[in-house]
Design a protein around this ligand. Structure first.
Ligand SMILES: Cc1ncc(COP(=O)(O)O)c(C=O)c1O
Length: 445
């Protein structure tokens, strides 16, 4: 008997309601049909899939999720899931410690990076009422959208040739007094560029701005930022300890099933902004609990159980979760080195994490953006449609503002230039990175 069944059997026997009872054959047929329907997916589990930020969760996460979901605790309130609420606190404390946040900081899991960022921006709007939120041109579109939801003015800051926020341009803005919060992206969605957070926090300290770090994608790379073989610039990562809030998505590089984001606030006093009265949900505890420090109500306790169990097996250290991150980082470095050696390709941005971007453009050639885009699309189609050995990568519509810096030889006859993009987030990509780039080069001619 498993542990949950044993726990259940300790209660007085009762007749389970016939409600919802389904004959075995019908249940089996539905599950069989589902199995077929689910094949209508890209092979996210396979290294041939290197397109978007998707891979299956760790088996321990899946097992823990299924185990907890059988009880179905709700981490909205302590009454809904005392055990999983405790697991959430423990897992969040480990994430906070990874960023060198103080032990008394505030944080919780969310259903996504989008919601986690919304909460951080909402707190920013309460701390700096009416002030604008600044983020880079390459920040995730959620920041613009959530500022519009919150009714906050925005300031969009240009990026440098590596896709990072241009801090000098931020510093010299004539409307800088409007700004209340700066969002630094720790790994942009398109290219994995890391904003110079260390410079941003320094400037923000002088100007009295809040700083929010969006590490939805890149946050876990903090673990390996100081490892020499990762060849990363450590300074922006060390500065996370000084950010006012941080978002990281365990459902990206934390090996979790979807439905697991995380937001942290360095100063627990912002918890006061969440204060509200709920006359019906909280009646067993006087402690401040998760439902009182979160904008969302019902949340799967199973997510907390899955993350907690994963971190028991793969702690947030270089030898734990860091091993996979080092492998995917090595894959991006290998891909970049390979592309530099191939005359038919021009890397767009030297990878800062594990995302590789490249243009089907002969080095130094003065091709039009429309021609490069057509070659990119043709390469993408050929790789995807390959009969015996498909390769799934992505197309990035590089905006002219960044593209004219990153690819100065391109003739900009349009505002965007399509280039190839590949998210090398599986450890297996380390061995295959050069071959993936070779395939891109062959498909691009
Ligand atoms: C940098 C960044 N921020 C925010 C998000 C949104 O996160 P989610 O898809 O979990 O809502 C993403 C998603 O890719 C991201 O890359």
């Amino acid at each position: 008997m498993d542990a949950i069944a044993e726990w259940e059997s300790g209660w007085a026997a009762f007749d389970r309601s016939a409600d919802g009872e389904v004959p075995f054959e019908r249940a089996a047929a539905a599950i069989d049909e589902l199995g077929i329907r689910l094949r209508d997916n890209y092979p996210y589990f396979h290294p041939a899939y290197a397109g978007q930020m998707i891979k299956p969760p760790h088996p321990v996460a899946l097992a823990a999720y299924a185990m907890a979901a059988r009880i179905n605790p709700n981490n909205h309130a302590l009454d809904g899931g005392p055990a999983t609420a405790a697991l959430e606190r423990e897992a969040v404390a480990q994430i906070a410690s990874m960023f060198d946040y103080p032990v008394d900081c505030l944080g919780h899991l969310t259903s996504s990076g989008t919601i986690a960022n919304l909460e951080a921006l909402w707190i920013a709007s309460r701390v700096r009422p009416g002030a604008a939120v600044a983020f880079s041109e390459e920040a995730h579109y959620t920041h613009g959208r959530m500022c519009s939801v919150l009714g906050l003015p925005t300031v969009v800051v240009p990026v440098d040739a590596r896709g990072r926020m241009d801090v000098a341009r931020l510093a010299s803005r004539t409307d800088k007094d409007r700004i209340g919060t700066v969002v630094a992206t720790m790994g942009t969605t398109a290219s994995g560029a890391v904003d110079p957070l260390h410079e941003i926090v320094e400037l923000a300290a002088m100007r009295g701005w809040r700083v929010h770090a969006d590490g939805a994608y890149g946050g876990f790379f903090r673990i390996i930022a100081q490892a020499s073989e990762a060849r990363m610039e450590a300074a922006p990562w060390l500065a996370l300890a000084d950010a006012d809030s941080i978002v990281v998505d365990p459902h990206k590089h934390g090996l979790q099933p979807y439905g697991c984001g995380c937001v942290l606030f360095r100063d627990a006093a912002v918890g006061a902004y969440y204060k509200h009265d709920s006359p019906y949900t909280y009646f067993t505890s006087k402690d401040l609990h998760l439902g009182e420090i979160s904008l969302e109500c019902s949340r799967a306790g199973a997510s907390a159980a899955a993350l907690w169990a994963t971190l028991r097996c793969l702690p947030l250290t270089a030898a734990g979760l860091g091993r996979g991150l080092l492998a995917s980082r090595a894959a991006a470095l290998a891909a970049f080195d390979r592309a530099c050696a191939l005359p038919a390709l021009t890397p767009v941005i030297e990878p800062a994490l594990d995302i590789f971007t490249v243009a089907p453009l002969a080095r130094g050639a003065r091709d039009r953006a429309s021609d490069v885009s057509a070659r990119t699309q043709a390469a993408f189609d050929a790789l995807t449609a390959h009969e015996s050995d498909p390769l799934y990568v992505a197309v990035w519509r590089l905006p002219r503002s960044l593209g004219s810096l990153a690819l100065p030889d391109v003739v900009w006859d349009r505002e965007e230039c399509a280039v190839l993009r590949s998210v090398l987030m599986k450890p297996e990509h380390r061995e295959r990175a050069a071959a993936i780039v070779d395939r891109m080069a062959t498909a691009a001619v």
